[in-house]
Design a protein around this ligand. Structure first.
Ligand SMILES: [Zn+2]
Length: 269
């Protein structure tokens, strides 16, 4: 990773504050020698997907329910895949009801139990990974159990907190029959990006993109930026699909485009 500019450094500090509640005096950008790998993914070509398919994925890490964002998606008939933790589900029963009331638009996938990274013994953006692989398995199983407890199908996709993984965790996720959901376009930096930034990034979306944004921080700029960009994206003919429309057994593809700086920010929230 290139040396961060002062602005990047400040952004990193904001992200840390966002993620762990406190930047703490000992945390600096130099602490962000990021562990693990961060898969960059695009949609594969499949008969089940329209040619101009794009996937909007929304992480619900913890926190609240951005009803403005979800209302916008409902009004515009924009589908999304919601990666939710057990923690978010516990804290947002009304938000869950809203999502479940629109089954043709929203589906739930696995973002873990307590939003701990799939990185054994490592710390990512201030979040501590489990001490052993059994802890990663508890994240996977706890997230899945919370989703099936809502009456929804067992999740088929997994995205760990912070979207980075170590090799053993990737192997475990595959062994559990789950596919890792990376992304190709980071829209909101863990819901810390301003609305204008979210809008600008979304307007760069192309067919095949897997967009990452957040629906757990209503005070952020994500909802406003998304509302501003969606009409143009739909005007261009992009069709929003859910990851369940990717045929079983078909993984996402490595993203072809090199990761632009705007897309390398911490995606977690
Ligand atoms: Zn998250």
């Amino acid at each position: 990773m290139e040396a961060p500019s002062p602005n990047r450094r400040q952004a990193g500090a904001r992200l840390l504050g966002c993620l762990c509640g406190s930047t703490g005096p000992g945390l600096a950008w130099s602490a962000l020698a990021l562990p693990g790998v961060e898969p960059r993914h695009r949609l594969p070509r499949a008969e089940t997907l329209p040619p101009l398919a794009v996937a909007l994925t929304l992480d619900a890490c913890g926190g609240a329910f951005d009803h403005t964002l979800i209302d916008t998606l409902i009004q515009r008939r924009v589908a999304a895949t919601v990666f939710t933790t057990a923690r978010w589900l516990r804290g947002n029963p009304q938000g869950l009801r809203t999502l479940l009331a629109h089954p043709t638009l929203f589906e739930l996938e696995n973002h873990g139990a307590e939003h701990r990274p799939a990185l054994v013994g490592a710390t990512l953006y201030g979040m501590h990974g489990p001490a052993d692989l059994a802890g990663v398995e508890r994240e996977i199983n706890g997230g899945a159990a919370a989703i099936t407890a809502t009456g929804q199908p067992a999740p088929r996709w997994f995205r760990g907190a912070g979207a980075r993984y170590d090799a053993a965790s990737l192997q475990l996720i595959a062994q559990r029959g789950l596919r890792v959901a990376g992304y190709s376009l980071n829209a909101d930096d863990g819901a810390t990006a301003a609305a204008a930034t979210v809008e600008r990034r979304l307007l760069a979306a192309q067919a095949g993109d897997v967009i990452l944004a957040h629906m757990n921080k209503p005070a952020g700029g994500t909802a406003e930026g998304l509302a501003a960009a969606l009409p143009a994206l739909q005007q261009r003919g992009l069709q929003f699909v859910r990851l369940s429309q990717v045929p079983p057994g078909l993984a996402l593809l490595p993203a072809e485009t090199p990761a632009a700086p705007a897309r390398r920010h911490n995606p977690a929230g």
